[in-house]
Design a protein around this ligand. Structure first.
Ligand code: SF4
Length: 154
């Protein structure tokens, strides 16, 4: 059994900026054999739900009405890291493309759905601290890592 930090919206918690969730069946199935530990760095950092969408511009997180919410994003990232450390998490599974949770690709800051290489604030912090981070589009890789570690993911 592994302990996996998971973006809460992937588990069906309606914590997204628009008040919705994005449950993922394959992520939910992991709970049959592993301990999933939900975090929502944007809520944990003090932002309300719903909230204006935000994107990263020149390293700062700016929402669609022009407010700099970098402080809340960084606070939420630290809280997610604290949760992982307290629980001695083995892996981290985050929601793709988010300015918090996105790993590998994020929106370019123009609010026009354009993606660029990069990581959200929480994904960056986990990677910087040496955690093994996946997004839900990489769940095959996570499943392989779970098999390597535990011998089974089913
Ligand atoms: Fe989901 Fe992460 Fe955004 Fe929270 S901060 S809604 S967990 S993508």
């Amino acid at each position: 059994m592994s302990k996996i930090i998971v973006s809460a919206c992937l588990l069906g918690i309606p914590c997204r900026y628009d008040g919705k969730s994005c449950p993922n069946e394959r992520v939910l199935k992991l709970a049959e054999k592993h301990t999933l530990i939900p975090v929502c760095p944007e809520q944990n950092g003090g932002l309300s739900t719903p909230r204006p969408p935000a994107e990263i511009i020149d390293g700062k997180v700016i929402n669609k009405v022009g407010t700099d919410v970098s402080e809340q994003y960084l606070r939420g990232a630290q809280i997610a890291l604290d949760v992982a450390e307290l629980n001695q998490a083995d892996f981290v599974l985050l929601k793709a493309k988010s300015p918090s949770c996105g790993k590998g690709r994020i929106y370019d800051g123009s609010f026009s759905e354009k993606l660029i290489p990069g990581n959200g604030k929480t994904a960056s912090l986990f990677l910087e601290k040496g955690y093994i981070v996946f997004n839900e589009e990489e769940i095959d890789l996570l499943e392989s890592a779970l098999i390597d570690k535990d011998g089974s993911n089913r």
